[in-house]
Design a binder for this molecule. Structure first.
Ligand SMILES: [Zn+2]
Length: 485
């Protein structure tokens, strides 16, 4: 029996508005528990929600970036259930009438083949609070309602994904699109992006779906992949041994690298959705939608194609540079008006990436700004410093926050291009290494590199390599004893 997996995802993304969805409480992260609250998000009786238009704008932007149809009419509904982190005992969400429908995201599969993954809907909803449990299982639990009412976009895919790797690639692509669009930072550490997966198996070639199992609240893409891999193995073992699966909701236990049952279909919630009587339906005119469309930035796919063509880069360069929109922007700002952008691209994916890793800095707070990086290249091209020393200058710039010119001046790194000065060193090296010089003259060309190295060493790496080469060749081609001293 040949089994294939059918995978669908639900992604919750926190939209980065300044205030919550239905009140003016701050969405700031890391505040003292229960300080970003008010009667509306605490669910106190009589408090009325007021919809934040910025949530709508960001929801539409995300929908457009995910190639969705934006609905001119959408409705907030109450999703009723009881849980200690939900003081109103209902969550405001969208059910029958979501904001965005029928989108897609293109990904490349393992073999580099392009696949289009359908998005069923992307609707707006509010977040619930957070329970904080004591380390001691017998200890108390605490509640932090700061997260209550935070704006979320829930993206639901079609059952189009087939492998854990595809699911991973899709998530990377969605995260990139949302970050480019600047509707969310998508920081998984801060819980701004959470994923539920559902997966079922069926015989390859069948159209009907198998019994699906859901795994909730995965907080990293790596865990999504691991949970799916585990589930596919588990389900395939059960099916092959002739067991009948029942629909379940499961949790992923990171320490065991396994999923465990949370609830069965029989105990599934009946949310008794109904339109929220406190909120009017959202109506959007085509003009309003077009107005938001005009504010959309260039998306990852377009930017990759343009950057590749505009700067004459390879696929690899583009992959690295566009891995984040901030790096892509840094590259374009650095390369502005510079005649050899490929050199800057190489430098970014070697030196800049290394420096960021070492300093733990974000590209936006990195001391070597795009303008300063370009200046370093201009100084190098102008022969003020050698390419060899450029790395050292760059490291100094990153550490001290100085410009390239300031570092070169302070450290006395200016390239030695004075022939008179270099010729003295060249002659001294030839004199001091008579044996090697003889080897070179008798045809051992390798000896030349050694002599160049000696000259560079004596000048502290500052001699202009081109001049060193010329002078060495000139002096070595002179017959010994015929030189005019
Ligand atoms: Zn509030």
């Amino acid at each position: 029996m040949n089994l294939e997996a059918v995978i669908g995802l639900e992604i919750h993304v926190q939209l980065n508005t300044k205030t919550k969805t239905f009140c003016s409480c701050s969405t700031g992260f890391g505040a003292v528990p229960n300080t970003h609250t008010c009667p509306v998000c605490l669910g106190l009786p009589g408090a009325l929600p007021v919809f934040n238009r910025d949530v709508l704008k960001k929801g539409v932007m995300a929908g457009l970036a995910l190639n969705c149809t934006i609905c001119s009419y959408s409705v907030f509904a109450r999703k009723n259930y009881f849980y200690p982190d939900l003081p109103k005992a209902y969550q405001i969400s969208q059910f029958e009438h979501p904001l965005n429908r029928a989108g897609f995201v293109r990904i490349k599969d393992e073999r580099g083949k392009e696949r289009s993954i359908g998005i069923t809907r992307a609707h707006l909803e509010e977040d619930a609070g957070k329970l904080v449990h004591d380390d001691d299982p017998k200890g108390p639990s605490f509640i932090d309602l700061n997260r209550c009412g935070m704006p979320l976009l829930e993206i639901v895919t079609e059952p189009d994904l087939r492998t854990p790797d595809e699911a991973y690639r899709f998530l990377v692509a969605v995260k990139e699109i949302l970050q480019y669009t600047e509707v969310s930072e998508c920081s998984m550490e801060k819980g701004e992006l959470r994923v539920d997966v559902n997966v079922s198996l069926r015989e390859t070639g069948e159209d009907a779906f198998g019994v699906k199992q859901e795994v909730k609240n995965l907080n990293s893409f790596a865990n999504v992949k691991r949970a799916l891999e585990y589930e596919i193995k588990r389900q395939s073992r059960l099916i092959r041994s002739g067991e009948r699966l029942t629909q379940q909701t499961r949790l992923f236990d990171v320490s065991k690298n396994a999923t465990v049952q949370m609830r069965t279909k029989e105990s599934a919630h009946d949310y008794r959705y109904f339109p929220d009587p406190d909120l009017v339906p959202i109506e959007l005119s085509p003009q309003e939608i077009d107005g938001i469309r005009e504010t959309l930035p260039e998306l990852p796919e377009e930017r990759r194609d343009r950057i590749k063509a505009q700067y004459g880069l390879t696929d690899y360069d583009v992959e690295v540079l566009c891995s984040s929109h901030k790096i892509a922007r840094y590259f374009e700002d650095s390369a502005r008006g510079y005649k050899r952008p490929k050199k800057i691209a190489n430098w970014i994916h070697t030196e800049v990436m290394r420096a960021l890793n070492e300093t733990g800095k974000d590209i936006e707070s990195f001391a070597v700004t795009p303008e300063r990086l370009r200046e370093l290249f201009e100084i190098m091209d102008g022969g003020v410093i050698s390419g060899k020393l450029a790395k050292a200058v760059f490291d100094e710039m990153a550490a001290s926050g100085e410009t390239a010119a300031e570092v070169v001046e302070r450290k006395g790194m200016r390239q030695l291009s004075d022939r008179e000065e270099i010729v003295d060193v060249v002659e001294a090296v030839i004199r001091d290494h008579a044996a090697v010089t003889d080897e070179y003259r008798s045809g051992k060309k390798k000896a030349f590199g050694f002599l160049v190295g000696q000259v560079m060493k004596r000048t502290g790496g500052k001699a202009n390599p081109k001049i060193v080469n010329e002078l060495l060749k000139e002096k070595l081609s002179n017959q010994p004893g015929v030189e005019d001293h």
